[in-house]
Design a protein around this ligand. Sequence first.
Ligand code: FEO
Length: 393
Amino acid sequence: MRTLAKNVYAVGVQDWDRRLFDELIPLPDGTSYNAYLIKGSEKTALIDSVDPPRIQELIGHLVQAGVEKLDYVVCNHCEQDHSGGIPDVMLMYPEAKIVTNAKCKGMMLEHLDVDEEQFMVIADGQTLSLGDKTLQFVITPWVHWPETMCSYLKEDKILFSCDFFGSHQAGSSVFVEDEAGVYEDAKRYYAEIMMPFRSAIAGNLKKLEPLDIAMIAPSHGPVYPRPALIIDAYKDWISDRVANKVVIAYVSMHDSTRRMVEYLVESLADKGVGVKQFNLVGVDLGHLAIELVDAATVILASPTVLVGPHPLAGYAAMVVNALKPKTKYAGIIGSFGWGSKMVETLTGLMGNLKAEILEPVLVKGQAKPEDFEKLEALAETIKDKHSQLGILT
Ligand code: FEO
């Protein structure tokens, strides 16, 4: 059990060994499920819980903290890695009330074994006195579910933000120690979880502005004693600013597509355009997502498999489509043996992307001199587009 401020404790769990979240998201640095205990002079509150398989550790921390009576269990977010332990907490402390907003209550009733009468529903901006400490609730929807909210501890100026501002990182210190390392994990987290909700995040950042925040305590990763680190980072990531960068995600079976990719990469580099090249075989999805945060251009490259794209390219297109990066231009290159609907299929899979689609380059067999000329023209077009954006270095 670790202390954030007087009578405010971190009672969650570090998950050093977890390597995958949602059976999708790689966790190179593990993660944590943070829960916080606030002992007011009159009432005691728990902020969020932990992933159900780790609930016994949270209960152990509450026992260790001498909590005999719990008055409130605040639920900032219904996703099970934070709310899933609440039914067990309620079994241990049946007199407690689950404090949350109306939407979250509805979702908790759908997803968890909790009862209607266990809830205290709060409204946006409402306060809850714990005696000498006061919680204020700020509803911050769509970070990253519709019911998400933050809880602000007025006297200690601590914002409990749940997933918002979080990072998948396990650690022994309650506070950020390595700012650069946490920045990288928080950017990865933003890219994988929050990026599709840029406009909602902008509204929520504005909503939090009036609060005097001395510390941000998310539900994943360490606590920020210098909130500007993560607030400024979020402002940058959600801004319209894009970098002079082309993300090229490719897969190749017989090297025809690979040679096209390598030519394009060289040509772009020669023109002063930055490139990040990802082979989709065994790619770290988080690494790819991080580069999508500010890439001005995305290129998918694939051979044709049974008329369509290679399934890994289809997967990449679906990821790009779901994450909705702010990329301005997108292109498709690749090869085929005797016929292909690859371009149509990949374009269809990226319908959410608000990017200008560049002229595709598709070659039969291996690329020939005229095909390399088309790749050269594509590189020139990208250079010109980046130049028009004022980002060419
Ligand atoms: Fe960490 Fe949306 O759950």
